[in-house]
Design a protein around this ligand. Structure first.
Ligand code: SF4
Ligand code: SF4
Length: 286
């Protein structure tokens, strides 16, 4: 990982496994902060800024084009409702209803309206903010309350990916579209999980996803000491390396709850995270 660019996404099959703890400690463990960038793509609930406390220098609104119908031109033919796979348009006898919160801004309805009755207008769905935290370049996206379209905001956050250095992407939990958008294009994906049956169940789904995307992966086992050995046995069987183990520890939990990154609260952890980078480097260089 000496030169060039390496993108490492940090994902988890389920929420609350310590994904942000891992992502923030990774960026803070590196001494050459100018070469590090953190992108928080968990746009529904971004929280990396609570730990890194960046100073934001730039803010941009993110909009998607939603249709607007000129009923003077509309013949109520129903074509727009037919082509909208997201059910964001309904055509009644003499009324066209648009449900902006369901609209994905794909433009198919305006393109296919035979009367040219549909124009598009921008609808703000969230913001992207960027800045610095102790030299680390920081970008996050925030989906507005009530909005559902996370992918356009994630894509806008990812437009900020630096052309070189180490880029850490904090991904939203789960295995849905926003996760695919955030993880896509990564060189490596770290999957943070905990040693419980729930952790295992969600890890299996996350591994399937990253394998479909053809991205090498490894596991961070958080809260080790609770639960059972199911995750370890699964990783062993599937040849998935467990690259870091973090014990269930009241001191770690206390720092986390106060918004203090692990490597700042307990600096001895810095070496473990540097070791994590080395192990990822070895896998990528194989
Ligand atoms: S496709 Fe155009 S003309 Fe037909 S119902 Fe929709 S807006 Fe009206
Ligand atoms: S822009 Fe696409 S998603 Fe939105 S209403 Fe038109 S067809 Fe449906």
């Amino acid at each position: 990982m000496a030169g060039g660019r390496v993108i490492i996404s940090v994902a988890s099959g389920k929420g609350g496994t310590g994904k942000t703890l891992v992502a923030t400690s990774m960026v803070l463990s590196l001494s050459d902060k100018g070469r590090v960038q953190l992108l928080d793509c968990d746009v529904e609930e971004p929280d990396a800024h609570l730990f890194l406390k960046p100073t934001f220098t730039h803010r941009e609104a993110v909009s998607i084009p939603v249709p607007r119908v000129d009923e003077r031109k509309c013949t109520y033919c129903g074509k727009c409702a037919e082509v909208c796979v997201y059910n964001a348009i309904a055509v009644m006898k003499e009324k066209v209803l648009i449900f902006p919160e369901l609209c994905h801004g794909c433009g198919a309805c305006s393109y296919l309206c035979p009367e040219g009755a549909i124009s598009e207008e921008g609808k703000e769905i969230g913001v992207v903010e960027s800045g610095y935290s102790n030299g680390v370049r920081f970008v996050h996206g925030k989906l507005s309350i009530g909005e559902l379209m996370a992918p356009p905001i994630i894509r806008r956050v990812k437009q900020h990916v630096a052309s070189e250095g180490i880029i850490i992407i904090d991904v939203s939990p789960g295995t849905s579209c926003p996760v695919v958008d955030a993880v896509k294009g990564s060189d490596f994906c770290l999957l943070v999980t905990e040693p419980t049956p729930f952790g295992l169940n969600d890890l299996v789904l996350a591994v399937e996803l990253v394998r479909k995307l053809n991205i090498p992966c490894g596991v961070v086992l958080n809260r080790s000491g609770v639960g059972d050995r199911g995750v370890e046995e699964y990783c062993h069987r599937g040849n998935i390396p467990i690259l870091l183990t973090i014990p269930l520890d009241i001191e770690i939990a206390a720092f986390y709850s106060r918004g203090i990154p692990l490597v700042e609260g307990i600096p001895q952890w810095r070496e473990s995270f540097l070791n994590l980078f080395n192990k990822i480097g070895e896998i990528l260089n194989k």
